[in-house]
Design a protein around this ligand. Structure first.
Ligand SMILES: Nc1nc2c(ncn2[C@@H]2O[C@H](COP(=O)(O)OP(=O)(O)O)[C@@H](O)[C@H]2O)c(=O)[nH]1
Ligand SMILES: [Mg+2]
Length: 355
């Protein structure tokens, strides 16, 4: 999973990423910086206690830390365009907006206003997409009159691009204008920014921890919005587990930034995890909700999918409650599931296969 952290300059992206990954991120860089963030999952820690595996394999989130954006002049705009070009393959955009007050950190457009910042960024996404649409239209306009092999396809795309143009000009994201799998197939490779799943992180000040930010208009209905304080979180990340717990309790923080961040990414992308256990490893496997046992098997190995017999499945919660596999079996809670079984979050699966 590839996630791009996007925001105006000095919104706290690098600070947040270093808090989440526990690794120092270079500040003020003009390059895109990549960090691999291990997905925190307490279930794996508990399972490791039970199975004593040689290793724990966590899922990871591949995070791109972008240099801060600015749209106040042409130079900034050009730099932003170049950066936009390099995040077209990301699966998810995490937009970071600043809410913290600080005299020592320069303000964008002389304001602290997360809703306005978010709106400005989303407008820039729309404009960048509109540019791309216009480029395609210009090209296709000529092409549709040529009797080439792709003429039919070109006509279909041409009409579709005109529809996207109308949506963007009405300030609607491309995601709102795509209505079929066919349209999606044509459009997806172009990497439109307003087609990406998106969530928002509000970087709040040290004294705003319990303030909630209502960004519905700027964020769009149903968008995940989380708030966290980057400067506190990056201090917390430096502590050992015990002191961290203590400080978090003192400040009324229930979850770490990493947990909040990753949970929101998973939710936005509609991902769940199934688990595998054994002496060699305990491991979490992210899959889209609604995945069948057969496709889940394919995640582990194509041979397991090919020779699939059944999925021996128990729920993590049952195992935790009953303490061991034997007890789960005795309670009749070990299930034999077939190819079409829809995998649930926290299913512990042992695939039976034959190749
Ligand atoms: N007071 C305060 N300062 C912060 C907070 N988050 C980031 N900063 C500071 O703001 C500046 C910009 O942060 P940085 O993470 O480099 O922003 P980026 O440009 O979005 O990557 C740095 O000097 C940080 O120390 C915060 O929550 N509170
Ligand atoms: Mg930065």
């Amino acid at each position: 999973m590839k996630v791009a952290l996007i925001g105006l300059y000095q919104s706290g992206k690098s600070t947040i990423l270093s808090a989440i990954s526990g690794k120092e991120a270079p500040a003020g860089s003009t390059e895109i910086h990549e960090q691999i963030v291990p997905v925190p999952d307490e279930r794996l820690d508990w399972l490791a206690g039970l199975y004593q595996p040689e290793k724990i394999v966590r899922a990871t989130v591949d995070s791109l830390d972008l240099p801060g954006l600015s749209f106040v002049d042409e130079h900034g705009r050009a730099a932003a365009r170049r950066l936009f070009g390099s995040i077209r393959t990301a699966d998810l955009f995490v937009v970071v907006v600043r809410a913290f007050e600080s005299d020592s950190v320069a303000k964008y457009r002389d304001r602290i206003d997360p809703a306005k910042d978010l709106e400005e960024l989303r407008t820039e996404f729309l404009l960048a997409d509109l540019e791309l649409v216009m480029t395609r239209i210009e090209k296709l306009e000529k092409q549709v009159h040529k009797p080439t092999k792709t003429q039919m396809q070109d006509k279909v795309e041409f009409d579709l691009q005109l529809k996207l143009q109308r949506a963007l000009e009405a300030e609607q994201p491309i995601s709102s204008a795509i209505h079929s799998n066919l349209e999606m197939e044509i459009i997806k490779p172009l990497g439109f920014l307003t087609l990406k799943p998106m969530m928002v992180v509000v970087n709040v000040g040290e004294n705003q921890l319990d303030k909630t930010f209502d960004l519905p208009k700027a964020a769009g209905a149903g968008m995940e919005v989380i708030s966290l304080c980057a400067s506190i979180e990056s201090e917390l990340a430096k502590l050992d587990a015990d002191s961290r717990k203590e400080f978090m309790a003192d400040m009324g923080l229930k979850e770490s930034a990493a947990v909040k961040f990753v949970q929101s990414c998973y939710k936005t992308l509609g991902l769940i995890s199934f688990l595998t256990v054994g002496k060699d490893e305990v491991r979490a496997w992210p899959i889209p909700a609604g995945t069948s046992a057969l496709d889940a098997a394919g995640k582990v190995h194509s041979d397991i999918k090919r020779g699939f017999i059944r999925a021996e499945t128990m729920a993590y919660n049952d195992l935790k409650q009953l303490g061991e596999e034997k007890a789960v079996k005795a309670a009749g809670k070990m299930r034999l599931e077939g190819k079409t079984y829809i995998v649930h979050d926290g299913d512990i699966i042992n695939f039976r296969f034959n190749v």
